[in-house]
Write a new protein. Structure first.
Length: 303
């Protein structure tokens, strides 16, 4: 039985194949309508979510399966003190596959250790978010036609943002990618993630200014400052608006820049960017459903 806890649980070959299947689903939806008939997915979300939870649910429903679950810890027995392991043992006797989001780093691993059905990590604290990475890779592939030979800037909260941690782990396995980590010094990429690059002798740059570096980028991945992870709320207030991408700043960017954001956005991309043809974050949203359909099919061994 396979789980998806970390993006490196999948080989690059498997990722390429998932993207191919997701593209096929996108253009031939009717072929997949009954693929999960009789199967059930549980979405166990101990943390808020719009896109991840609803795209998982929509994915399973579009495959002919059904869904159940909860969208906050307060509506589950966690609020009575139940452990993650016991919740998973319980839900695993009702359903065929579980997608789980939890505020604690490592929660998905705890779940996978006791589960008799596949576990998909839909985000564990500030650690990892592999299905967002699949979405990001699918979008990069369709915009750039490749997953290699580009310069990517990741900008904002690189310390607590789990999407960028998973994205670095994934991209580090592809050829000739240059990394520019753009953040204030308080929100730098953690050593644990940088060490993935160091071990492979992959170069990266850490800078503070978006304006001075935007012209060098082929992809700009913006992130939200993760309010919920700050111990010091004043520090959040001080840092929350440090990067705001707007039309003006894009004047110096390449004409074929791809602008990504896992969403939700707060202030870091102003709405005047949405109409720019380089803005791809709503395409990411759409791809998120198809790649999760492909992933469910794979983990249930239907493809
Ligand atoms: C991200 C997350 O939950 O980590 N959202 C998402 O799943 N698309 C990013 C964020 O919350 O900032």
């Amino acid at each position: 039985m396979r789980n998806l806890i970390d993006i490196t649980d999948l080989s690059t070959c498997e990722i390429d194949n998932l993207i191919e299947v997701a593209e096929d689903i996108k253009s031939n939806k009717e072929k997949y309508l009954d693929k999960c008939k009789g199967k059930q997915l549980a979405t166990l979300f101990f943390e808020p979510s719009t896109r991840t939870r609803l795209s998982f649910e929509s994915a399973m429903l579009s495959l002919g399966g059904s869904v159940l679950g909860f969208s906050s810890a307060s509506s589950s027995s966690t609020s009575k003190g139940e452990s993650i392991a016991d919740t998973i043992r319980t839900v695993g006797s009702y359903v065929d596959i579980i997608s789980m989001r939890h505020p604690q780093e490592g929660a998905a691993t705890i779940a996978a250790n006791v589960s008799k059905v596949p576990i998909i990590n839909a985000g564990d604290g500030s650690n990892r978010h592999p299905t967002q990475t699949l979405t990001d890779l699918m979008t990069i592939k369709s915009e750039k036609g490749k997953l290699s030979n580009f310069c990517i800037g990741m900008c904002g909260d690189l310390k607590y943002g789990r999407t960028v941690h998973s994205l670095v782990a994934a991209l580090s396995r592809y050829e000739n990618i240059k990394y520019m980590f753009i953040s204030p010094k308080e929100l730098k990429m953690p050593e644990e993630v940088l060490s993935i690059l160091k071990e492979k002798n992959i170069e990266y740059q850490e800078v503070e200014s978006l304006e001075e570096n935007i012209s060098k980028l082929d992809i700009l991945y913006m992130t939200r400052v993760q309010q919920e992870r700050f111990e010091d709320k004043l520090e959040y207030e001080r840092l929350k608006d440090v990067y705001i991408l707007n039309k003006e700043k894009l004047k110096n960017a390449k004409s074929d820049l791809t602008i990504l954001h896992p969403l939700p956005r707060v202030n870091e991309i102003s709405e005047d960017v949405d109409m720019d043809k380089r803005a791809c974050y709503f395409k990411q949203v759409e791809n998120g459903k198809y790649i999760r359909m492909a992933l469910i099919l794979k983990l249930l061994q239907i493809i």
